[in-house]
Design a protein around this ligand. Structure first.
Ligand code: SF4
Ligand code: SF4
Length: 452
């Protein structure tokens, strides 16, 4: 590992707190939980190793931009499995994200023009303005559904341009989009339990519109009025994980203000990665007095859809789904939000459904936001590991609660030559309700709810 003094130490704001890394007693109990360590058995690819590297940079013993340090900060999936098992309570996520931000600030002037433009487009335009996301998704849908994709794939041009891996990662775009534009869906239940804000997401609204619609129906059935204010945006997770914490804060402010203006009681999210970020807004603004309280209040109202439905109690789903179902724990649900029981209880409430556990349920599937694009080799190794465990359980359906996991598991199953459907927990609940009362979906969402 090169040790130079050219970029020693962290500087400015958003520094990994010494109070967090000093809590690590180097016991090593986190090592078996860390996906990159169990794959490599290399100390620097472990939580303990990475914490030591961060401390070394902070103390000026290691160059912030040394290739080894940069690699480790990006090879880490930010899956937080280490946090979940650490007996000393080391909040690892509070180290990683500032470390990535510090690296990004140090190297941004050295990026090529192409790199800078790509980053600006991805983080600034695509995730910053969701109409751009929908526009790009519309082109992608045409490419996927017109037959053009088949022709292009068969031509071999993607392989020649080394774009085949990237192209294969693109999600299948929905036939229509779920566009938040101020809709309100009132419950028909006799007792209204709450008004909830529906977070439409970014990829969720263009590639999982059906999951968002199912979420609204199940929430309505559970006695909640649902609102989808137009002013909401991306949660900011992609920017924060990519070291652009300032852009993440700007997006967070948009969501905080939209929720405050909505009058809703809770902020509901059905994507675990987004939920984890939204719940950490209080921490994101910890050093910003003007926003700290608003962010903390907001974060206290965020609920994952499965967590919320489980907590308020739902009418028993009565339609049978005779299937063996494996539940794939999203890291940002089980580790970052400590939610493992709620989705399992909801699934187990469906008549006929047999829930089966897999080996190593808490080891990441390799999705982790855009990890499978930035670290394709490790992502593929973890994907194969997860798929082996899933197939060993012989499921008819894989359930999950995060779009990244759904895409990663789906593509892994396809690569293994299997056609096992992957569904969100709320989709299965919605299917069960509809199976018992087929007209229930007609009460579904008004045409105004979906565009595209
Ligand atoms: S389990 Fe916690 S205290 Fe032990 S090595 Fe890992 S991070 Fe450090
Ligand atoms: S966040 Fe995940 S990949 Fe990163 S060190 Fe912790 S367990 Fe390992």
């Amino acid at each position: 590992m090169p040790i130079t003094s050219s970029t020693s130490g962290f500087s400015g704001t958003d520094i990994p707190p010494a109070s967090v890394y000093d809590q690590c007693v180097r016991c090593g109990l986190c090592l078996p939980a860390c996906p990159t360590y169990v794959e490599t058995l290399v100390e620097t690819s472990s939580p303990r190793g990475r914490i030591a590297l961060i401390k070394a940079v902070d103390e000026g013993r290691l160059d912030l931009t040394s290739p080894g340090f940069v690699h480790q900060m990006h090879e880490c999936l930010d899956c937080r499995a280490c946090e979940a098992v650490c007996p000393s309570g080391v909040a690892y996520g509070q180290l990683l994200e500032p470390a990535r931000t510090q690296i990004e600030r140090a190297i941004q002037g050295r990026r090529s023009l192409g790199d800078r433009l790509l980053r600006q487009f991805t983080l600034g335009a695509l995730f910053g303005h969701l109409w751009v996301m929908r526009l790009v998704a519309s082109f992608l849908r045409f490419y996927q559904q017109s037959g053009l994709q088949r022709v292009v794939r068969a031509s071999g041009i993607l392989r020649a341009l080394r774009l085949d891996h990237l192209e294969a990662q693109a999600p299948a775009i929905s036939d229509h989009f779920f566009v938040p534009q101020g809709q309100r869906w009132n419950t028909t239940a006799q007792t209204r339990k709450a008004t909830v804000f529906m977070h439409a997401g970014c990829v969720m609204q263009v590639a999982f519109a059906g999951v968002n619609e199912a979420t609204v129906r199940v929430l309505n059935r559970a006695g909640c009025d649902v609102v989808a204010p137009a002013a909401q945006g991306c949660c900011g997770a992609i920017g924060i994980h990519a070291g652009d914490i300032d852009r993440g804060r700007e997006l967070a402010k948009v969501n905080i203000a939209a929720f405050e203006d909505s009058g809703a009681d809770f902020y509901i999210v059905n994507a675990a990665g987004c939920g984890s970020s939204l719940k950490e807004y209080g921490h994101l603004f910890a050093g910003k007095p003007r926003w700290r309280k608003r962010a903390a209040d907001f974060a206290g109202k965020v609920r994952d859809a499965t967590e919320f439905l489980d907590s308020i109690g739902i009418a028993p789903p009565l339609g049978r789904i005779d299937a063996v179902v494996v539940y794939q724990d999203p890291c940002h649900l089980v580790n970052a939000q400590e939610i493992a029981g709620a989705p399992r209880r909801l699934l187990a409430s469906i008549p006929g459904l047999k829930l089966r556990e897999i080996e190593e349920p808490a080891i990441c599937c390799g999705s982790a936001g855009i990890y499978n694009v930035t670290q394709p080799e490790m992502a593929a190794r973890l994907q194969r590991r997860k798929i082996e465990h899933i197939l060993a359980a012989e499921p008819d359906v894989v359930a999950t609660a995060n779009p990244g996991c759904a895409l990663q598991v789906s593509s892994g199953l396809r690569a293994a030559g299997r056609t096992i459907p992957v569904k969100h927990v709320v989709e299965l609940l919605d299917e069960s309700y509809a199976a018992y009362n087929p007209t229930s979906r007609a009460s579904s969402l008004s045409a105004a709810s979906t565009v595209g």
